[in-house]
Design a protein around this ligand. Structure first.
Ligand SMILES: NC(=O)c1ccc[n+]([C@@H]2O[C@H](COP(=O)([O-])OP(=O)(O)OC[C@H]3O[C@@H](n4cnc5c(N)ncnc54)[C@H](O)[C@@H]3O)[C@@H](O)[C@H]2O)c1
Length: 334
């Protein structure tokens, strides 16, 4: 099978390497807005190179992976759909709610499968938590804590086109909360802070955020996000119920120093980036996409899932700008 990939930045080059090593995949071809960058990555990884994403699709591929900067997702996804090629698109599928809705509608009317890149759905910890909730092991849920703490910010030029901290970063939490609980978010109350580099505020963005979400069954979620977690890349979730609590991310790599006398946990090496933290999940996600491209698996994470997570991010942005709780009923949907 031949897979084409557009966008060879941080995640794109990483995905190209993962795809190259999958037994299901015979050939990988990469392209970028910057052909020299694509050529350099192709040479380093020993994969193929095309002059542009359109040229790549014109060559004929069995699957198309979109890992460009966020503003490139919508036009690339349209290209993939027009070519009728099974397509994997990194989150978020577009930079605005309007475009996300347009794409979700287009995908629902198309027979071309589209798989969205929320890799936490392929993480064994989150999967275990989902099973515990579904089996009723925790009793009734009352509270959830969810966090995405990056060790260090991405490059400054990433921020103005990222969509902001909620749409770019917390969107992973919004998706995985839906996945683990099977519930929808009903309302949000969000705020943010700028304590780091000036380029966040200059782009109208924040570098740290907190939000309270209420799910449609009344479960309360407290959520946090930051680009400045010097202790390490720290992504976790705790799900608390009347009969038990389960925690994702609580292994020896937990990026916390215990203040308790004599405590030896956690004792392992920390994760410093999303690539280390989710390495097996990214591999599982792209293995699943190869199965989607072969036509033996329906997309495990859909454009509608992308839309629902984006709507929560949109509600959080509105909440922090207006300083008030926002109901999801206020956010347009299909
Ligand atoms: N799922 C995850 O865990 C995860 C992690 C990081 C990034 N991402 C997502 O992946 C995307 C890329 O992030 P990144 O950190 O790799 O960014 P990056 O800035 O490092 O790289 C982006 C690349 O896309 C290229 N590009 C931009 N527009 C293009 C276009 N129209 N056509 C072709 N190439 C284009 C740029 O030249 C650059 O090489 C973002 O949308 C981000 O939200 C997802």
């Amino acid at each position: 099978m031949r897979i084409g990939l557009a966008g060879v930045g941080r995640i794109g080059a990483f995905h190209a390497e993962t795809l190259r090593d999958l037994t299901d995949v015979d050939e990988v071809v990469v392209a970028d807005l910057d052909p020299a960058a694509a050529e350099a990555v192709a040479e380093r990884l020993g994969v193929g190179f095309a002059a542009s994403p359109a040229a790549l699709l014109a060559q004929g591929v069995d699957g198309f992976v979109i890992a460009t900067a966020t503003p490139g997702h919508a036009p690339m996804l349209r290209l993939g759909l027009e070519a009728g090629v099974p397509t994997f698109c990194e989150k978020p599928i577009a930079g605005t709610l309007e475009e996300t809705m347009d794409l979700a509608k287009l995908v629902s009317q198309s027979s071309t499968p589209v798989h969205v890149g929320f890799q936490r759905r392929f993480d064994r910890g989150y999967q275990r938590a989902q099973r515990a909730v579904a089996a009723g092991e925790l009793g009734f849920l009352h509270s959830i804590r969810a966090q995405t703490h990056d060790q260090a910010p991405p490059h400054a030029s990433y921020i103005p086109t990222s969509g902001g901290l909620f749409r770019d970063c917390s969107i992973h939490d919004f998706d995985i909360i839906r996945f683990v609980t099977g519930r929808e978010v009903a309302s949000v109350y969000a705020t943010g802070a700028n304590k780091g580099a000036g380029f966040f505020a200059e782009a109208g963005d924040i570098d740290t955020a907190a939000a309270v979400l209420t799910l449609d069954d009344g479960t309360l979620v407290s959520l946090s996000a930051t680009r400045y977690n010097g202790a390490g890349h720290d992504v976790r979730m705790e799900v608390l119920g009347s009969e038990g609590t389960i925690g994702v991310g609580y292994d020896d790599s937990l990026a916390v120093t215990s203040a308790e006398p004599g405590a030896t946990y956690p004792s392992g090496p920390r994760h410093w980036s999303f690539m280390e933290r989710f390495l097996p999940a990214y591999r599982a996600e792209l293995t699943a996409f190869a199965a989607v491209a072969r036509g033996v698996l329906a997309p495990p994470c859909t454009a509608d899932d992308a839309l629902q997570a984006f709507r929560v991010a949109e509600a959080c942005e509105l909440s922090r700008h207006e300083g008030r709780p926002v109901s999801l009923d206020e956010i347009p949907s299909l």
